[in-house]
Design a binder for this molecule. Structure first.
Ligand SMILES: C[C@@H](O)[C@H](N)C(=O)O
Ligand SMILES: C[C@@H](O)[C@H](N)C(=O)O
Lengths: 164, 164
């Protein structure tokens, strides 16, 4: 019985910033992250989507909650200089992630994760994925409920059969 | 000398869809991906950001280019039923990724990647990251230039010192 989702992890004390209304042409991401890096602001994950027929982008990243103040200053300045839209802030959040293998070919895994969180009335603020991880940013005060829901949905509290 | 970026990979024949103007409350991601999964639409990466003071979200995912037509149909229906905004489409794209270790603590890596792409005049449509991967969605006809720029910037064509 191949187990697809192997575990769940939580990363606490995060905050997310989204630079909205970013002109979608070469050089902008470079400018943003050179500036963020210059201020020694930790970057956990970066999430960017495009919209407005590809003319615009929303560039989001999560950082350490302790650095939110400085990150907002840096991003507000970038937004003013670059003519971006509003800087969105997501204070006091955590990242809950499921870790597994072959999660893409098992197309139901993401849906199952989101359904587990929905049933627990946990709102998903941001989503980021890779080959082996599906990560959701949620409110800090909903994160334990989220982790519980994930453990139940994917039966993560039971030892694998070959360990019994 | 610790080498942070170990390699670059390209995944071709992708297309991206972004559902914009998605109400940011529990249950919506579950509805979207249950429907996508029901139609056997392959999901490569999922990228979601929030905006409008947290009231709205843009939910993006990449799929196989061959499935774009069906994915657009499914998403258009979801958008109509859910009262979402426009469905954005990114046709004929590739995902270029750098693979490495400790890329988060080395805050300059993302900036260096984006700078390399900017210098090559490659536009970055979407960004998604994890602990060990930074992925950028770019136009198919810019993907080889992107990969070349990444190889040059991170000196990936040279064998590691301990292999000489
Ligand atoms: C928005 C930003 O990523 C831009 N498209 C760039 O290439 O830098
Ligand atoms: C937008 C979507 O992710 C929503 N926030 C949900 O939790 O389902």
């Amino acid at each position: 019985e191949d187990i697809v989702v192997r575990g769940a992890i939580i990363k606490a004390n995060l905050a997310t910033i989204v630079l909205t209304g970013v002109p979608n042409h070469p050089g902008v991401a470079a400018t943003i992250f050179a500036e963020v890096s210059k201020h020694n602001i930790l970057v956990d994950d970066i999430i960017q989507n495009f919209y407005d027929s590809g003319r615009m982008a929303n560039v989001g990243f999560s950082t350490d909650h302790a650095q939110l103040g400085e990150a907002v200053e840096v991003c507000s300045r970038l937004s003013a200089e670059g003519g971006f839209g509003p800087v969105e802030v997501d204070d006091e959040v955590c990242k809950v992630s499921v870790v597994g293998i072959g999660m893409r070919t098992h197309t139901g895994v993401a849906a199952k994760l989101f359904n587990a969180l929905a049933k627990a009335r946990v709102n998903i603020h941001s989503i980021s994925t890779s080959e082996i991880v599906i990560s959701c940013i949620v409110r800090r005060d909903e994160s334990h409920r989220a982790l519980r829901a994930i453990h139940d949905a994917f039966e993560l509290d039971e030892p694998p059969e070959n360990e019994q």
